[in-house]
Design a protein around this ligand. Structure first.
Ligand code: HEM
Length: 439
């Protein structure tokens, strides 16, 4: 489930603040009481909200509200905005939606609930409170996948299994990372940086990274069949499933390949005491789980450090867009009709964009040499970029995907996940919404 405990539907609306005094007045009296606190973002909270409303501001939005020069001490990434760092993330800015290109978005509302009615009613309420003090520049409607695919992303894999537990807020399941609260919340113990605002108005806020990541599902499925390994006693379809599982590092059910290397295992998948209980250390080569797999790239566990490193994020995204149509399936090609665009509305919280999302995307997922020369056996092999979220527009060669050829790699010439852009936002504590940002 999403960090809030809700993941069925959500709406995200990007806004421009057009009338600052009126916006501030409504923010204080009308919006502040609706906002879910950043503490409730933490996973496995004992007090999950049944409706979740968050407002977060970009750097240009904070400036508009009077925070001059909003340097929140994250290596300038927040201040520059996501668009200006897009190339470093491996994006092709030609794929970016025009609404995200530049730094014009001031803020974002995120409204999530278990029901579409709940989301719609809250959206109307927010709109009537803020009236013409804002204008909406973009809206993305999230939607959980139907039936037995609920909780699964569009490639078919269970998502939202692994998030860190936060010290003082929840107890980790076996194998789950335990991070200090400052890894997620600004200015709490373990915040990797000390910076402006972290002992004052911004304390207990969190950076919200938003990305609209389109997924090319028919192309992904075709790739799996075309490049399926040839394990003995397995059908082509089973070999294709195996390749997909090794690219992610988990089976579609969520069972980790590190614990069940050749077949899916529903017992492990659904048991929270088991489904994170692995650390890639025995053996540390790619025989069980490829070093290049998505979950090993983005959370290298014991490859990186036995201790709790600060490069953790809390993921709270949900899928958007409709199911694949029969015509798309038959042609192995995603439609270019924008109403059939589908993917992941990626949302991640962390106290530091540089230590969190940017490290995971740029320094780990995108870098073919990440984890070479550390603790796994085959030091000589370049492990390649993340086969799922590696850079767009360049071929990637993740190694070790074929269990019979661990030092070989498969070249992927196309993008299965296409970044359509996004923005960096700061999700302030409620106290700041009531005071600093609204007066
Ligand atoms: C885990 C899919 C984008 C970071 C996962 C899992 C799946 C998945 C299926 C396993 C379920 C789980 O452990 O919760 C995808 C897809 C993406 C995407 C389809 C794009 C459309 C990203 C991005 C990042 C990221 C952009 C960060 C840069 C992570 C992390 C984990 C994860 C940190 C947990 C790894 C662990 O702790 O074991 N993803 N993901 N993902 N993903 Fe992604």
């Amino acid at each position: 489930a999403a960090a809030s405990g809700l993941n069925l539907t959500n709406i995200q609306g990007d806004i421009l603040i057009v009338d600052v005094p009126s916006f501030k007045a409504q923010l204080k009296s009308g919006i502040a009481p609706l906002i879910t606190s950043t503490f409730q973002l933490l996973p496995n909270t004992t007090d999950p909200a049944d409706l979740f409303v968050n407002i977060a501001f970009s750097s240009s939005g904070l400036s508009k509200l009077g925070i001059a020069n909003p340097d929140l001490g994250d290596n300038n990434l927040f201040q520059k905005g996501q668009f200006n760092g897009a190339t470093n993330l491996g994006d092709l800015t030609s794929n970016w939606l025009p609404q995200f290109a530049g730094t014009s978005i001031h803020g974002v509302f995120l409204i999530a609930s278990d029901t579409l009615d709940g989301v719609s009613a809250t959206l109307s309420q927010v709109q009537s409170i803020l009236g013409s003090s804002i204008s909406e520049s973009y809206r993305l409607q999230g939607q959980a996948r139907p039936g037995d695919q609920q909780g699964h992303e569009h490639f078919g894999f269970m998502d939202g299994i692994s998030n860190p537990a936060v010290n003082g807020f929840n107890t980790p399941h076996p194998g789950q990372a335990l991070v200090n609260p400052g890894v997620i919340l600004f200015g709490e113990s373990g915040d990797p940086k000390s910076r402006p605002g972290s002992t004052g108005w911004a304390k207990d806020g969190s950076f919200l990274v938003f990305r609209q990541l389109a997924q090319r599902v028919p192309e992904f499925n075709k790739f799996l069949l075309d490049h399926a390994p040839s394990e003995a006693n397995m059908t082509l379809e089973e070999n294709a499933e195996l390749l997909g599982a090794r690219m992610i590092g988990r089976w579609k059910s969520g069972a980790p390949v590190a614990m069940s290397p050749l077949f899916d295992n529903l017992v492990i998948a659904t048991n929270a005491q088991q489904n994170n209980n692995f650390d890639f250390s025995a053996p540390s080569d790619s025989s069980l789980c490829p070093v290049s797999s998505h979950i090993r790239k983005t959370n290298p566990r014991a490859d990186f450090s036995k201790g709790n490193f600060p490069n953790h994020i809390i993921r709270a995204g949900i899928p958007y867009g409709p199911e694949v149509t029969d015509a798309e399936n038959a042609s192995n090609t995603s439609s270019t009709d924008p109403s059939l665009d589908r993917g992941l509305a990626f949302v991640a919280y962390q106290s530091d964009i540089d230590t969190g999302f940017e490290t995971l995307q740029s320094d780990w997922a995108n870098d073919p040499s990440f984890r070479r020369g550390y603790q796994y056996a085959n030091n000589a092999v370049l492990q390649g970029a993340d086969p799922i979220i590696g850079p767009n527009g360049v071929s990637r060669s993740p190694a070790g995907l074929d269990p019979s050829n661990l030092s070989g790699s498969i070249t992927i010439m196309e993008d299965f996940v296409v970044s359509k852009g996004g923005e960096y936002f700061f999700s302030p504590p409620i106290s700041a919404i009531q005071t600093t940002l609204s007066s």
